[in-house]
Design a protein around this ligand. Sequence first.
Ligand code: SAH
Length: 250
Amino acid sequence: MAVIGIMSAMHEELSAVLAAMPDEQVVHVAGREFGVGQWHGHDVVAVLSRIGKVAAATTATALIERFKVDALVFTGAAGGLAPDAQVGDVVVASALLQHDMDASPLFPKHEVPLYGRSRFDTDTSLSKALAAAAEQVLSDPAQHLGAQAMADFHLLLPRVHQGLIVSGDRFVSTTAESQALQRSLPEALAVEMEGAAVAQVCLDYGVPFAAVRTISDRADDDAHIDFSRFIREVASRYSLAILSQWLMHR
Ligand code: SAH
């Protein structure tokens, strides 16, 4: 049976996933705890990605080399860049790019040297299935979120977007930096700190990859406000519901 790797960026998300796999075994590799078990009848290995590109690449490599995952899905939060990527929306990546990669003038800006590319595509059918699961979950947010969180974060009509997510080793939390990113990468929907690194590892190994991120902030001067509460009360619940919906119908 295919083994599915799930990388979560946050503790809250991972513990919700592990709680859905009651008989999971914990295996330690590279200082990380991998939860090996079953969810909706699928073999699943779930692990905390850790934060930043290098940490996430190590985690992805271990999932592939040691746990032989046949597909890898990343869930977490991201800062919205495109004007319509609002807090509470979900972005399913169609491609990822490292916004802080710049070996110019030797290589074009953002191109990963020796890969001949800056964008790393996600797996089309995996992404399509996850986007469908996200549409289903977001069609009735009240089923997954508390009324107070929905009111406080203005989550009445959340939307699912598909497109480019950019990654870099910076928490983008100033309006100036967010605007600079939007100018240099106008197609980017959202910014985070791991996805493009994992996409690159998955390309190296030929493992299908998909990434689903809930917009937790607008990557501006207010980005840090209520971040933890949003992760706990919204992003983690969406991740769990989307993954569960996806695996149930896979
Ligand atoms: N205070 C947090 C810090 C997390 S860093 C904690 O206690 O863990 C932010 C995480 O969310 C990263 O994993 C990153 O991928 C994502 N993220 C959310 N908003 C972001 C933003 N504006 N810029 C960069 N990464 C963001």
